[in-house]
Design a protein around this ligand. Sequence first.
Ligand code: ADP
Ligand code: MG
Ligand code: ZN
Length: 491
Amino acid sequence: MKAGWEAVIGLEVHAQLNTKSKIFCSCSTEFGQEPNDNTCPVCLGLPGALPVLNREVIVNAGKAALALNLRVNTESIFARKNYFYPDLPKGYQISQYDKPFSELGVVEILTSERDDAGRPVEWKPKRFGITRAHIEEDAGKSVHDIGDPDKTHVNLNRAGTPLLEIVSEPDFRNAWEAYDYVGFLRRTLQFIGVCDGNMEEGNLRCDANVSVRPVGQEKLGTRAEIKNVNSLRFLQKAIDYEIDRQIALLEAGGTMVQETRLWNEKEGKTYTMRTKEDAHDYRYFPDPDLPPLEVSSEWIEALKAELPELPEDRRQRFMREYEVNADESFTLTGERALADYFEATIKASSNIRAAANWILSELLRELKNSDTDINNCKIKAEDLGAMIRLIDDKTISGKIAKDVFADMFATGKAPADIVKEKGLVQITDTTAIEKVVDEVIAANAKNVEEYRAGKDKAFNALVGQIMKASKGKANPAQVNELLKARLTTTG
Ligand code: ADP
Ligand code: MG
Ligand code: ZN
């Protein structure tokens, strides 16, 4: 950031709560159906239809609020937020306003700037305030016709999908803090099973409010709200762009206008969508069709007891218990399924470091290369653990293990079966290795001479020959030892 300036960022995150049915009717929330198939008089906004609150929404919202250290209010009010939009058939969205479901939370997370290669520079703990998290319904979708620019279609399958809007305090001072916070939210919601957290598919959406002010000034600057950022990386880039744009504007003597802007990833820029003059007055008022939402403190306590270990707690435990570093701990708890997989591999292998190494390097690389994820991985954690045991008990060498691993990844077969089928058992029998060593020495007189003349490279060449002759199966440590012994004793 340019010297003398400070950025202030506040985030509004919409998380789609993954219930089977919509928030105020029994329509399915499953997507990919034919347009407007998942609709009924309630979510179509037909006159006279009455909303009935889905209990599951409150359970999920409650878990999310508690996981984010928010206070859950025993009474909250559903309010109508009035505006016209073609994909909002009622002419209002049911949301919450002055009495939200939950509020006043603080989360402490690790955050770090990244170097040019995108690697974290130094993780530091920082606290961020969460103003509120309220429950609301989603709108439908307007689909602009590609074939006929005069036409726009409306798909109301999404109308009435439950959302939790999580509004932060303006506590972020750079784009990476926002990036780490939204990543934290996503992991937390995913771990407790209330939101899929897929930003590309839109079930976690984030708007960033950005302003700048001269260092030392207390009053907040005028903000711009950036909408439409559908990945964490875009969020970070959009914020960085916006900070630079605002500083340049103010330094050139311009004034900021409060406006809504859109991020254009292709151009790497934000654009004005609407200015404050077009801003809505939503005329919020309590929805007369819905009674106040009441939850008891006993219910809240019981829900709290149901929460699984949260990802940040688990990440810290991984660092403590398994001695992985901060970067590794973030990767290993990036998804609950991966964290489970890691712990199952440790259990099956009794070798923490090897389990971490195989997962962090080989496994994640192969998953990425084959465009799949841990949920669709053919290697069972128990089998990866078994493979590590085969290395540790010297049945196979580390080198052979890479081939076994590749085979396991492609076929899902158990490592012992692959080793047996392909005859990959490591040769540790000294006599057998000595035989190969002698053959290779006899056939490579030149290398032997060079080694005796002091060339270390010649030794490695001989090791290579022996490994090749044994089809990679000779135990490398024994090969080294026996070869050295032979070269110094036999003349
Ligand atoms: P709305 O967007 O509906 O007007 P709020 O005024 O509550 O709602 O603000 C929404 C978000 O904008 C919050 O996350 C808040 O922290 C953030 N925010 C408010 N003022 C500023 C500012 N001057 N600079 C940056 N963020 C801000
Ligand atoms: Mg806003
Ligand atoms: Zn419906």
